[in-house]
Design a protein around this ligand. Sequence first.
Ligand SMILES: Nc1ncnc2c1ncn2[C@@H]1O[C@H](COP(=O)(O)OP(=O)(O)O)[C@@H](O)[C@H]1O
Ligand SMILES: [Mg+2]
Length: 364
Amino acid sequence: MKSFKREIPYNQLPELPPKKDIQSKNVLLKTISASRVLAQLNGALINLPNPTLFLDTIHLQEAKASSEIENIITTNDDLYKTLITEAKTENSATKEVLNYKKALWLGLEKLEDKPFITTNLCIKIVQCIRQNEAGIRSTPGTSLKNGRGEIIYTPPSGIELIQDKLANLEKFINSDKGIDPLIKMAMMHYQFEAIHPFSDGNGRTGRILLLLYLKTSGLLNIPALYLSDYIIKNKISYYKSLQAVTESNNWEQYLLFMLDMIEVTATKGLLQLEAINHLMATTASKIKLKLPKVYSKELVEILFKLPYSKRQTLIDAQLGTPKTVGNYLILLEENGFLQSTRVGKEKIYINYKLLHILEQNDHA
Ligand SMILES: Nc1ncnc2c1ncn2[C@@H]1O[C@H](COP(=O)(O)OP(=O)(O)O)[C@@H](O)[C@H]1O
Ligand SMILES: [Mg+2]
């Protein structure tokens, strides 16, 4: 470890797995409790009548928070309005967040064809986030700085060296070394960030990989977990614990941080899922009672797919003619289920109670 100097490319970054056994008793105990909650969340998600219904919303939150860690800041309002009206936004942060969400979907889609995390997949993801053709960095000069502008870490330099380290990481991820999958996920994340293969977008790509890994490893079949919420709230510890692995080979501190992230966000996810499910069930029965002609299961699902909807969404779902579904929305607003707002030429309807549940969990 003595070879590490903050301003010098860390070409000696050790390959995975580390030489010494890092699965200490503390780490294993935390792995058990984190796995327990994660399995509960997985069960709750799988048992939903429509398991993927909330994915869009959760991924949008994840995209917003993960981007915010990198100081790309937008509001829920701008985000949802842009998404729902498909309007071109002038807000570059909103654009980046929507690209992040696209990149997450792209990753999940690619896993359907080939269930492995590979270097190529990482490149596709970062290109989608950054909307360019950039590949692995080939010019020197990438370094990480703290708030005072001091260099705290300089990743390995030289494209071939970076490729070799990525190849080792890929092999590690996809082979069984008798390491618990959650611990492996955390190790993968450190290694990816330490290699820092791109000139930008490493943090966001690395956090997308966490969700992809949870999916491929079968720990979370429906990757609906809002992980970045925890990182944003504990950003200093996140950076410090990554740095502690590099500077003092302190895997324990880092692994406990990552495992706590899983435990805390899965616990919150469970509560949020319960709250949303409950709201959906009560909303459905109230609509049935007050507006029996408007009610259908499909309609209620649309109102919960994203907290914002518009007339076209209902038309696309074949719920009726433009006039009929327009009336549905008016009636739903008159009866207090939705609140409308105008965005340009379009009127959009907010499921404000759902939005409230989502924003309760928001760090902002
Ligand atoms: N000491 C460190 N060692 C390795 N990686 C780090 C360290 N501190 C922070 N990071 C990672 O680097 C990311 C920032 O890298 P960057 O390429 O700018 O990502 P993005 O473009 O997504 O902002 C952080 O989010 C974190 O994941
Ligand atoms: Mg950045």
